[in-house]
Structure formats: C-alpha cells, structure tokens
Design a protein around this ligand. Structure first.
Ligand SMILES: *Cc1c(COP(=O)(O)O)cnc(C)c1O
Length: 470
C-alpha cells in the first residue's frame, strides 16, 4: 500500500497516536513501500515489546538486567566498534587484553604459567573453544601414541546437569557426551563413579561451577585428585579438566576466595565464564582462558594483523560489537575487587533471605539455599497434600509480573519438579520483601482455589512437563 503524501505531511505535527503511520500495520512478512518517521517507528516497536514482562522481575535468567547509566552510555557510544578489528580499534583490543589479565589473576594463574584467553559472545562460544582445544590436543597425543583414533568417537565426561551448550558441542564437533547421572545424594557430579567412565578416548572432564539447574558446585578439587591419580598411572593419556564457570567463575573469587576450583588445581587447564552473568554486563559477553598456551593447540589460533604486527585470535564468530568488552572493562575499573565483593555478598544475603522465607512456609524442601551461588532451588514437599503444583504457583506469581521457572530436574531425577530463583545484583532487599509477600499471597490463593489440573497425558501420550533451557 502506497503512502498518501498529504498524510505524511500531516504526520509531522500530529501526536504519534493520532498519526497515519501509527495505525498502519507493522512489518511482518515483507518491507513496506515507504519509510515512516523515526519516532513513530520507535514507538511502534517499543509498544510491540510491551507485554514481554519486566526483565528485572525475571527470576529465571542468569543474565544481567541492570547496568549503571554511565556504562550504558559508554556502550551506546561504542556500538559501532567491531571487536575483531584489532588494528582499527587497537585501544579496544588493549582493554580486552586487560580483562583477560584480570581474569587470569582472579583465577589464580601461577607465576610460570603462560596463559592465553579471549572474549567470546558468551559461555557457549567459550565452551566450544575449550572443548575443541581438548579434542585437538587429545587427538595429537593419541596419534603420537599409536591409538586408532577412528575406532571410537572421542568422548567428554560431564554431569547430566550440564547446560545445553555442551550437548551442542558434542553434536557440532562429533564428540560423545558421556553423562554422569545426578542423584538426590549427589546433586552435582558423582565423584564416586566418575572415573568409571574414563577411557583412552576421553578428551577431558568438565567440572561445573554452578550447575544451571540447581546452582550446586561440582567438587572440582576432588576431580583434580582423581585425575592426578589417573595421570600418574597412565602411559600417555593425560586427562585434563575444563571448568564451566559460566556463573560461578565471576562469583566465587570474590565471595569464597579460599575455595580451590581454578588454576590452583594442577589439572584445571581452561575455564570459561559469562561476563553477562555475575560479571555484571548486559548479554553478549563471555570469556575463556587457558592456563598455558600449550593447552591451546596452534591449529585453533589465527593471526590477525594488529598495529602492523600480529595478534593471535581464537573465535568461532567473527564480527560483533566491542561495546560488551568495553562494558566489562568498565565494571572492572569501576567496581574493583571490593565493589564486586560488596554486590555479590549482598546478592547472596538476599538469596538466603528468600530461602528462609520459603522454609518458613513449611511447604518446600530447599535444594540450594544460595550459600555458594545466590540461586535458590526447591521442590514442593511430598507430604504437603496440596492440590496445586509448582506450575500453578508459577502461573499465580506471573499475575504480579514475577517470572519464576518450574521445570523437571535432569535425567534420572526428571520426576522431581523444582522451582528456581536466580538472584542478581539488581534484586534488592525491598524488592525481595515484596516478592515474599506476593509469594505468600499466591500460596494462600492457591490453597483456596479449585485447581483444574491439566490432563496427565498430552494427546501424543507424553507426560506433561514444561521445560527450561537456561
Ligand atoms: C549459562 C550457562 C552456559 C551458557 O552460557 P551463555 O553465556 O548463555 O552462552 C553454559 N554453562 C553453564 C553452566 C551456564 O550456566
């Protein structure tokens, strides 16, 4: 439909909601013929996004939902910088390197370690890179030692509470993901049976510092002991550990620095984290570091020209905005160690406060009270004799704008439904108190309600569950 030019003129003075363009259809399948006014376009799109829910009331996401105005300003002023163009934006490249240095220090890199690292889009890209490094290194070792590398697929060992990026890694790079099942005694990797899964085709073990489902930590120190014993006895096969610290690696160094999970442990050779989780940056930033260059096979490193010289890069992606890297650097500069610690300690207190409030209802069994990561995770006690389920509670809380996910635990515990709150920096005590009031009210309402339960089976015969991938 072509525009009537008289109407366009008319639009210039007309308030947005009286304008011609405002009531025309938004673009859904093909471009409209003529442009519309920028303000109207802005309004149309922001209205379209209006019912999406308030990110700050979203208890499901680990991703940062608040940054200071100065950080936002810096980000919006640097959106056009391309993080991969190291020669065009050498100062930005420097800031990225400073961030890598800071992380190496936070993760206790040792004096003689020749570490290397990079920013990524998030932990997923970081995990792909770390996984590939393990695979390439294993393959070279295996070939040199006469193993028939085609006899069996290489494998990677991880707890069944892994985040979906590891499943992708297995599929994309043709590696068998071997899952150590979780059970109610071990809500993290079961180190009693872990080594039973290892064979000569194992490229490495992933320890998770902050299992996405529950917030629990794998016992990385114990894994390191087991790997040490194995490597001492092994002829050529040197097992390595990668730590998926998407959430924990930017939290634990500030709140629980004595816990050894990082490069202090001999066999931990690489670590990833999401800058957009407890690194406190808006989504689009992750990091991966190798303790020493020898753990990152050369084939994975590409040279880009940089100020007339060369600079190594490892990335799956090419172009992306540098503003997230700059925002990470902003947080490091602005907050310092004590700033991060102060924020994280308070977030943890809020998590403990919420789990106490849950406990006081007498209805819930707490799986994680927020003591290691500020993640509260619980189930409805079996003997509560309630007609309603956690899904109903989710729905009820949604009425007040809270997004609280309910989902089944991973394989072997999938009959247990849990609910999880990811507490973040911008969840203050006042808001948390409001939430508790709404929670108690929701429970009261549900107790009084007559619940129409969904059919036990869907039409295709599957048991009804609702899922969650992060
Ligand atoms: C969130 C998460 C990931 C994926 O991180 P992104 O930064 O979202 O790509 C991987 N592993 C764990 C343990 C996570 O919690």
């Amino acid at each position: 439909m072509l525009h009537d030019r008289r109407n366009e003129k008319h639009d210039a003075k007309m308030p947005i909601y009286g304008s011609y363009a405002e009531d025309s259809a938004i673009v859904k399948t093909s471009l409209r013929r003529s442009p519309i006014d920028a303000q109207i376009a802005y309004r149309l799109i922001s209205d379209e996004l209006m019912d999406e829910g308030n990110a700050r009331q979203n208890f499901a996401t680990f991703c940062q939902t608040y940054m200071e105005p100065e950080a936002v300003q810096l980000m919006s002023e640097t959106l056009e910088k391309n993080a991969i163009d190291k020669s065009e934006y050498p100062q930005t490249a420097k800031l990225e390197n400073y961030c890598v240095n800071v992380l190496a220090d936070l993760w206790s890199v040792q004096k003689d370690d020749d570490f290397i690292g990079t920013s990524t889009v998030g932990s997923s890209e970081a995990c792909m890179l770390a996984g590939m490094a393990m695979k390439f290194r294993w393959r070279t070792m295996a070939k040199e030692n006469g193993l028939d590398i085609n006899a069996q697929k290489p494998n990677l060992i991880i707890s069944s509470g892994f985040q979906v990026c590891w499943e992708k890694f297995g599929v994309y790079w043709d590696v068998d993901l071997i899952e150590v099942p979780v059970d109610s005694k071990h809500m993290s990797i079961n180190t009693d049976i872990l080594m039973d899964y290892v064979n000569e085709y194992t490229i490495g073990i992933v320890g998770i510092l902050g299992i996405t489902y529950t917030g629990k930590f794998d016992d990385i120190e114990k894994i390191n002991h087991l790997v040490d014993d194995y490597n001492k006895k092994s002829k050529w096969h040197e097992l390595v550990i990668h730590v998926d610290g998407a959430s924990g690696a930017m939290f634990t160094p500030f709140v629980n620095p004595e816990l050894p999970w990082d490069f202090r442990l001999k066999h931990v050779v690489s670590i990833n984290t999401s800058g957009h989780k407890y690194g406190l940056v808006y989504p689009g930033i992750g990091w991966v570091l190798w303790k020493d260059k020898k753990y990152l096979p050369e084939e994975l490193v590409f040279d880009v020209s940089y100020l007339g010289g060369h600079m190594p890069t490892m990335a799956i992606n090419f172009s992306r905005s540098a503003s997230q890297v700059i925002a990470q650097y902003y947080n490091f500069l602005r907050l310092g160690f004590d700033g991060y610690r102060g924020i994280h300690e308070r977030t943890k207190k809020v998590a403990l406060f919420l789990s106490k409030a849950l406990e006081e209802t007498g209805l819930f069994e707490i799986y994680n009270d927020g003591a290691n990561l500020p993640i509260v995770c619980y189930t409805l006690k079996a003997d509560t004799d309630k007609e309603w389920t956690l899904y109903d509670l989710t729905d009820r809380l949604q009425m007040k704008g809270w997004q609280v996910p309910t989902y089944p635990l991973p394989k072997d515990m999938e009959d247990v439904l849990i609910q999880r709150y990811v507490c973040r920096a911008d969840l203050g005590f006042n808001v948390a108190e409001e939430f508790v009031a709404d929670l108690n009210e929701a429970v009261e309402e549900l107790d009084k309600a007559r619940i129409l339960a969904p059919k036990a089976e869907t039409t295709d015969g599957k048991k009804e569950t609702r899922g969650f991938t992060h």
